[in-house]
Design a binder for this molecule. Structure first.
Ligand SMILES: [Zn+2]
Length: 93
């Protein structure tokens, strides 16, 4: 089951917007679903994943956004347990 909310947290509170995009990383022929984001947080999520990839905490590959409605959950690897929580506080330091 997909979570029904955006993966971004701001000041300890989860974003309440419904997710509009499935965030996945495409690595060769594999695609890993890593989170969900609303339109507002798309750039932030993309930036954060780039940082996590540099730190070796995320699969290598290109970040891809697919509209939630267009994607059948069967065809993408991933488990909601693997999803990243994008915590806005941590990125500011
Ligand atoms: Zn959001």
């Amino acid at each position: 089951m997909l979570p029904d909310k955006c993966s971004v947290k701001e000041e300890g509170k989860g974003c309440v917007n419904p997710p509009e995009f499935i965030v996945s990383i495409i690595s060769g022929s594999d695609e890993y679903m890593v989170g969900l984001t609303c339109k507002k947080h798309k750039e932030i999520v993309s930036g954060k994943i780039g940082i996590l990839q540099k730190e070796g905490k995320m699969h290598e590959g290109n970040v891809s956004f697919s509209p939630v409605k267009a994607v059948g959950t069967d065809c993408v690897h991933g488990d909601s347990d693997d999803f990243v929580q994008i915590d806005m506080n941590r990125s500011k330091n």
